[in-house]
Write a protein of this length. Structure first.
Lengths: 477, 219
C-alpha cells in the first residue's frame, strides 16, 4: 500500500507560494501556484520540423551537378537542376554547395543545393537520407505518413504521432511534454498526458499558457477547484470507460500547472516594459534581447512570431527552459510551387533552413545540465510530404514527386553521412542496403516508417509500432 | 311496401350469414391480406456485459466539435463566445485546405480556451441576470426570487435552481450527494461574492463550472 508522503520543506514552500500568489496575483488559480514545479530539461529531447508543401530536394538535400545534368541531356536523365534560373536573385550560389570544413571536424561528406543556406555549416552533426519512397504524392497523406510512421488509411492518419509515442513511452516530468505548432498531432493509445499542446499560431500558444483575462475572486477560484476535485458518480465512471473524461481532466490539471509556472513569459520575445512589482523583468529582457540577436529578430517594432526564425527561437526556448521534450513544428510553408519561378521556392526553403541552422547553433552552444550541449541531447528530424518533380513544368514550377529526402541531426544519429540514394534518371527511389545506405539490388526501399523506427531506436525506445527495423547505418556508434 | 322491406331485409341477412369462403369470391372482390414477414434475421443478443467488454458498451463518448461547442454555448446562455471563431483552428476546426479532419482531442489548449470562453460568457450572462427582474427571463437564477440576498437563498430553492441549470447545461440533473456538494459550494461562493462585492461571480462561477465540466463538452 502506498504510504502518504511526509510534508517536506519543499511542500511547505510551495504551499506558502500558493497563498502568497493567490493574494498577490488574484488572477491566477490558487492551486496553480501550489503545483508549480522546478523546470528541468529532459535528458533526451526531440524536434520534428515539417517543411510544408513538398520541398524541392534538388535545391536542398539532394542536388545534382548542373554541369552533368544539363538541359541537353534532359531527355536521357529526366532531371533539370535549374540552378541558373536562380541567378536573377543574385543571392543564391549557381552550383552545388560544398560545406566549409569546421575546425576539428572531418571534411564534409556531402554537398547541398543552393537553397540550403546556413544549414550547410552543421554538416558535421547531421545525416542526409536520400531516395525515400513516399508512396504518395498527396499532401495530407505524405505528411501524416511522416508524422506517424504509418501509411494513412486513405487520407486519415493511423496510430499516434511519433512525438506522442515518445512522450507516451518516456513520461517526461515537464509541463508541456509535447508541443505541436501548425502541425497535426494524434494520440491513439496513451493517456491524456501524452496529448500535444497543439496550436495553429504563436498568439494561440501564448494565450494557452497565459492566465485568463477574465478573472474571478481568488477564493471563488479555490471553491471551483475543490468542486472539480470531488469524486464522480458510478454512471460517470462507466461513461468514461474509454478515458475521454479522464483525458479532459488531465488536460485541466496540466493547464493549472502551466498557468502556475507562467510559461507564457518564456515564449514572449518582445521587450517587456518595466514593472516595479516584478524584479525579474530586467533578467527576462536581457534573455529576450539575446534571443532576438541570435535569431535575427527585430529589436523594435515587434517580433513576427509566425516567421520561421521566431518559430525556431521558440523551439529552442521550449527545450532549454525544460518546458517540453518534443516539439513538432511547421517551420516554413509556401513550398507547393506548381507555378511561377524557382526563386520563390528557393527563398522559402532557404528561410526554413536558415531558421533551423540558427536553432542548431543555439542548441550546440548551450550547455545541458546533464553534460555536453543541448544538441548532444536532442534528435532533430526535418521532413516534407514528398519532393518536387525533377523537371520544370510548362508554368515554370515543379509538380509533386514521389521520391524525397530527409535530414536527421543530433543525438543518437551518425554524423556527416549520406544514407540512401535517388536514381540518376528521374530521381527514382531505389533499393538500398539498410546497413550501409548504398544501392543494393537485394536491398529495400527506404520508407518513412524506417526513419521513425531509427529515431525511436536512437533513444533506445520501443519501435515495434513501426513494424520495421531501424536503419542501422544511420545510428550512432 | 311492408312486404318489399321484408324482402330486402331477408336478402341482406342471407348475404351476411352466407358461409361462402372469401376464396370463392372473385379476386377483385377479395379483401387484401398482408403476407406475414418471415423472421429470418439472427436472434438479437442482449448488450454485452461491460465487465466483459473492457468496461464499456456502445459507442465511445466524443468531444464537441468547435461548431457544436459554439451552438451549445449559444443555446445554454443565449450569447456567443466572442473569440471562438478566432481560436477555431487551435480548437480543432478543419479548414479543408490544409486540414481536412476536425480534431476533437481534449487537450490543454481546448481546456484553457474553453475556460477563457466560459468566463467571458458566464460573467456576461450573470451580469445580465442581475439586471433582469423577470425571473422567467433570467438564465442562471431562474428559480431564485429577484433581489434576494445571495446568502439567504433557502436550500430547496437553491437545489431547484442547480437542478434546472444542470439540465440546461448537461441534459441531466444533479442528484444526491453531488447536488448537495454543488449546493454547499454555491453557499461558500455566495458568501465570498457578497463580501467582495462581486455579485455576478456567484451564479457566474457556477456557470463556469457547469460549462467546463466534462458533461458539457462530451456527448
Amino acid at each position: 500500500m502506498k504510504q502518504p508522503s511526509a510534508l517536506t520543506r519543499r511542500h511547505f514552500l510551495r504551499a506558502a507560494a500558493g497563498f502568497a500568489g493567490a493574494s498577490l496575483i488574484g488572477a491566477t488559480p490558487f492551486r496553480a501556484f501550489a503545483q508549480a514545479t522546478d523546470l528541468a530539461p529532459p535528458d533526451r529531447c526531440f524536434v520534428f520540423l515539417y517543411f510544408g508543401g513538398g520541398w524541392d530536394v534538388l535545391l536542398g538535400l539532394d542536388p545534382r551537378d548542373p554541369s552533368v545534368f544539363t538541359p541537353e541531356r534532359v531527355s536521357e536523365t529526366r532531371i533539370l537542376p535549374g540552378y541558373d534560373l536562380l541567378s536573377a536573385d543574385g543571392s543564391f550560389p549557381e552550383g552545388l554547395v560544398v560545406p566549409t570544413q569546421r575546425a576539428g571536424a572531418a571534411p564534409p561528406a556531402m554537398t547541398f543545393g543552393p537553397a540550403i543556406g546556413r544549414m550547410a555549416d552543421h554538416y558535421d552533426k547531421l545525416a542526409v537520407v536520400r531516395g525515400i519512397n513516399m508512396t504518395t504524392v498527396a499532401h495530407e497523406v505524405g505528411f501524416r505518413y511522416f508524422l506517424t510512421g504509418k501509411s494513412p488509411n486513405g487520407s486519415a492518419a493511423r496510430g499516434s504521432s511519433t512525438a506522442t509515442e515518445i512522450v507516451g513511452q518516456l513520461k517526461p516530468a515537464v509541463p508541456v511534454p509535447s508541443l505541436a505548432y501548425g502541425i497535426e498531432s494524434y494520440n491513439d493509445r496513451f493517456p491524456g498526458y501524452a496529448n500535444a499542446l497543439r496550436v495553429s499560431r504563436a498568439s494561440d500558444l501564448i494565450l494557452a499558457l497565459k492566465p485568463s483575462a477574465t478573472t474571478l475572486d481568488a477564493e471563488i477560484e479555490k471553491q471551483l477547484v475543490d468542486l472539480r476535485g470531488n469524486p464522480v458518480r458510478c454512471e460517470s465512471q462507466l461513461y468514461d470507460s474509454r478515458g475521454l473524461v479522464t483525458q479532459y481532466k488531465d488536460a485541466r490539471t496540466q493547464m493549472s500547472s502551466v498557468l502556475g509556472n507562467q510559461l507564457y513569459r518564456a515564449f514572449e520575445l518582445d521587450f517587456e516594459p518595466g514593472n516595479a512589482a516584478d524584479p525579474l523583468v530586467d533578467v527576462r529582457n536581457k534573455e529576450r534581447a539575446a534571443i532576438r540577436a541570435r535569431y535575427n529578430l527585430p529589436d523594435s517594432g515587434g517580433v513576427n512570431y509566425d516567421a520561421p526564425s521566431a518559430r525556431a527561437a521558440m523551439i529552442a526556448v521550449a527545450l532549454k527552459k525544460g518546458i517540453s521534450q518534443c516539439v513538432s513544428m511547421n517551420i516554413v510553408g509556401g513550398l507547393d510551387t506548381h507555378f511561377g519561378t524557382q526563386i520563390t521556392h528557393a527563398t522559402n526553403q532557404r528561410n526554413g533552413w536558415n531558421a533551423v541552422a540558427d536553432m542548431v547553433d543555439d542548441l550546440r552552444s548551450s550547455p545541458h545540465p546533464a553534460g555536453g550541449t543541448f544538441l548532444d541531447h536532442t534528435t532533430i528530424m526535418c521532413f516534407s510530404e514528398f519532393s518536387r518533380t525533377p523537371l520544370i513544368n510548362g508554368t515554370g514550377g515543379r509538380d509533386h514527386h514521389i521520391s524525397s529526402s530527409a535530414l536527421l541531426l543530433g543525438a543518437g544519429i551518425k554524423h556527416n553521412c549520406v544514407f540512401g540514394r535517388a536514381g540518376d534518371i528521374n530521381m527514382a527511389p531505389g533499393l538500398i542496403n539498410r546497413g550501409t545506405g548504398e544501392p543494393d539490388s537485394k536491398g529495400s526501399n527506404i520508407l518513412p516508417e524506417d526513419l521513425i523506427a531509427t529515431v525511436l531506436a536512437s533513444a533506445g525506445l520501443d519501435y515495434a509500432i513501426t513494424r520495421t527495423s531501424p536503419l542501422k547505418g544511420l545510428l550512432a556508434g | 311496401m311492408r312486404s318489399t322491406s321484408a324482402s330486402c331485409l331477408l336478402a341482406l341477412l342471407w348475404v351476411a350469414c352466407s358461409s361462402q369462403e372469401p376464396d370463392a369470391l372473385p379476386a377483385a372482390a377479395r379483401p387484401a391480406q398482408l403476407e406475414p414477414v418471415p423472421v429470418d434475421h439472427p436472434p438479437i443478443a442482449a448488450l454485452p456485459d461491460p465487465e466483459l467488454s473492457g468496461g464499456h458498451v456502445g459507442r465511445a463518448p466524443r468531444r464537441l466539435t468547435t461548431a457544436q461547442l459554439k451552438a451549445s454555448i449559444r443555446v445554454t446562455t443565449g450569447r456567443d463566445w466572442s473569440q471562438i471563431d478566432n481560436l477555431a483552428a487551435s480548437l480543432g476546426r478543419a479548414d479543408y485546405a490544409l486540414v481536412n479532419a476536425e480534431a476533437t482531442e481534449t487537450n490543454l489548449v481546448f481546456a484553457k480556451f474553453l475556460d477563457d470562453g466560459a468566463r467571458e460568457v458566464c460573467l456576461a450572462t450573470a451580469d445580465a441576470d442581475l439586471k433582469q427582474t423577470d425571473a422567467a427571463l433570467r438564465i442562471l437564477s431562474r428559480e431564485v426570487p429577484a433581489n434576494l440576498d445571495l446568502t439567504a437563498i433557502d436550500e430547496s430553492t437553491l437545489q431547484k435552481n442547480l437542478t434546472y441549470l444542470s439540465i440546461r447545461f448537461w441534459g441531466q440533473p444533479l442528484t444526491g450527494d453531488e447536488l448537495a456538494s454543488w449546493s454547499s459550494t454555491f453557499k461558500n461562493i455566495a458568501v465570498r461574492a457578497k463580501a467582495a462585492k462581486k455579485p455576478r461571480e456567484a451564479w457566474g462561477s457556477i456557470c463556469v463550472a457547469l460549462m467546463t465540466d466534462a458533461r458539457f463538452v462530451t456527448y
